[in-house]
Design a protein around this ligand. Structure first.
Ligand SMILES: Cc1ncc(C[n+]2csc(CCOP(=O)(O)OP(=O)(O)O)c2C)c(N)n1
Length: 570
């Protein structure tokens, strides 16, 4: 069948069973939008800014097992998309971004709305393509989806010049594609798995440290089974929350900069550390020199060989799909004639419980002023722990991750790697499109929400009943915290003067806005939002304590054993 390039693009998306494309039109993609208009299978979500298109597609992908798709025009459309692409790249999110480009003959001529999109995005995509022949569109898009979701996932960009979308050729979607230089390992090495199992069985102070890889690989079930079989303590990083049920006794909370005392101590003093889909990020292990002071054997399972021994030297590397490797480990453990030594394990648990008894997450609540931690605790209670929660970046992000207990994967969406303020609302949009019947809450700050606030308009258009919980402390809180602790209290440009009345702003967009000033009103306002206004977008503007800090804390450059547990430790 002979089709135009634009029609082929849409046919490819149909073949990939794409439900939603998040995008924004412009000159270079007009033919693609025309083809989109003439069919019903692939639905388009018109956002108000290309950054939000990519974040929303990213949020869709994070909350499902699917590839997120965004469509933007050339020049400013593409440059606006870059933050979204880099955000997805840093967290290994499977995405395909289609960008329009000026006509082939105009490339390099400083044409109107021309930028070198492939060049600009090269360092922040898993791969990118510039299509120069209409006959290459189908195979390129097929490759893009394949690359995005296999191996270590990531965003793939396909740049298509306008003339290529007008040209015609025969369409056939390739059933398979082969890429000689790309064949991710799936099966873990049997010998290495055997070595790992042996180490685990002999461990005296074992610890399981898991990251976003568990969520991305849909391996939460396997991880839970393995952890229970072994009876070891376990921690999920910021990106891995929900990979193991947070309400379980074996779970020690999150590790790292704002992690729990018990998780960090157990990481540090373990003699065998099993790292699963985690990358020893600086926000997790602190200073690598301090981390290396205690001798321990490290087993590291990851799909990406280049992540292994990158930041910390490991003893037993296992490259492979987590599901596959964990299944094999479970099989070998079940067949093993021995079990981890019970008395050693009991002694280790006694030590861990001792650390846990410091109750590092306790905070002083107040009857007068709303504590941000209290809002998140109430959000957890009111939603029965069953909402999809997105956040932006800052103190509120940390409080959301600390006080909302995630028992299931793909319920917590945040920008862990790039730390991009502005993702919260578009992530919530993507998640709400993917799960129309689930409660979706966006925990944000008054600075972050303003980075993509225009999306309140998109939410109105598509009737998205998102609940925004703005922890409004009138400060760039996380910046203020660092200035207070490490810059002598010189609050350089961290105060937000002239804030809008968010409740009124929300209602100007056609939503429900509620301002909450007193602790006694927090729960009632949340219940009203999730029940009376179940089907509305509600913007809850909580006036929280502007002086509250996030604890516990490991300062940048310090080790996990040098934690500040509360303001009294300063
Ligand atoms: C796009 C972007 N710009 C700057 C920063 C640096 N930054 C990190 S947290 C933060 C303050 C966030 O303030 P707010 O959203 O009000 O949250 P709070 O920390 O007060 O909870 C800033 C400016 C960032 N992470 N992302």
């Amino acid at each position: 069948m002979v089709l135009t390039g634009a029609e082929i693009v849409i046919r490819c998306l149909q073949e990939e069973k794409v439900e939603y494309v998040f995008g924004y039109p412009g000159g270079a993609v007009l033919y693609i939008y025309d083809a989109l208009f003439q069919q019903e299978q692939v639905r388009h979500v018109l956002v108000r800014h290309e950054q939000a298109a990519v974040h929303a597609a990213d949020g869709f992908a994070r909350s499902t097992e699917k590839v997120g798709v965004a469509l933007v025009t050339s020049g400013p459309g593409a440059t606006n998309a870059v933050t979204g692409i880099a955000t997805a790249f840093c967290d290994s999110i499977p995405m395909v971004i289609i960008s329009g480009q000026v006509p082939t003959a105009a490339i390099g001529q400083d044409a109107f709305q021309e930028v070198d999109t492939v060049g600009i995005t090269r360092p922040c995509v898993k791969h990118n393509f510039l299509v120069k022949d209409v006959r290459d569109i189908a195979a390129t898009i097929k490759k893009a989806f394949y690359l995005a979701k296999t191996g270590r996932p990531g965003p793939v960009l396909v740049d298509i010049p306008k003339d290529i979308t007008i040209a015609k050729c025969d369409f056939e979607y390739p059933k398979e594609i082969s890429m000689r230089s790309y064949s991710p390992v799936v099966k873990g090495h049997q010998g290495q798995i055997k070595k790992a199992v042996q180490l685990l069985l002999e461990a005296k102070r074992p610890m399981i440290y898991t990251g976003g890889g568990v969520v991305l690989a849909n391996a939460a079930e396997q991880l839970t089974k393995l952890t229970r079989l072994l009876g070891f303590p376990v921690t999920n990083t910021l990106m891995g929350l929900g990979g193991y049920p947070a309400s379980d006794r074996q779970y020690l909370g999150m590790p790292g900069m704002h992690g729990t005392y018990e998780a960090n101590m157990a990481m540090h003093y373990s003699d065998v550390l099993l790292a699963v889909g985690a990358r020893f990020d600086d926000r997790v292990i602190g200073n690598p020199a301090n981390f290396a002071e205690e001798p321990r054997k490290i087993i590291h399972i990851d799909i990406d060989p280049s992540s292994i021994s990158k930041r910390v030297k490991v003893d037993v590397p296992i490259v492979g799909d987590l599901k596959d490797v964990l299944d094999e480990m479970i099989r070998q453990l079940e067949a093993a004639p021995t079990r981890p030594d019970a008395s050693n394990l009991a002694a280790w648990w006694k030590q861990v419980e001792d650390w846990r008894s410091r109750k590092c997450m306790e905070y002083k609540n107040s009857d007068e002023i709303i504590k941000p931690q209290f809002v998140v605790q109430k959000l957890w209670e009111v939603t029965g722990g069953d909402a999809i929660v997105t956040s932006d970046v800052g103190q509120h992000q940390m409080w959301a991750s600390q006080y909302y207990r995630f028992d299931k994967p793909r319920r917590w969406l945040n920008s862990g790697g790039l730390g991009t303020m502005g993702v919260g609302l578009p992530y919530a949009m993507g998640a709400q499109f993917a799960h129309p019947d689930m409660p979706v809450a966006c925990v944000t700050g008054e600075a972050s929400i303003q980075m993509c606030i225009q999306e309140l308009s998109t939410c109105k258009q598509f009737r998205l009943p998102i609940k925004i919980c703005n922890l409004n402390n009138r400060y760039l809180g996380m910046v203020r915290q660092w200035q207070q602790l490490f810059h002598g209290g010189r609050y350089s440009e961290s105060y937000m003067d002239s804030l809008p009345d968010f409740a009124k702003l929300a209602s100007a967009y056609g939503h429900v806005g509620i301002r909450v000033d007193k602790p006694a009103d927090v729960e009632g306002a949340l219940r009203e939002a999730f029940t009376t206004h179940k089907n509305d977008l509600v913007f809850l503007d909580f006036q929280v304590d502007p002086t509250e800090n996030v604890y516990p804390m490991v300062q940048g450059g310090k080790g996990l054993t040098e934690m500040i547990l509360s303001a009294e430790d300063l």
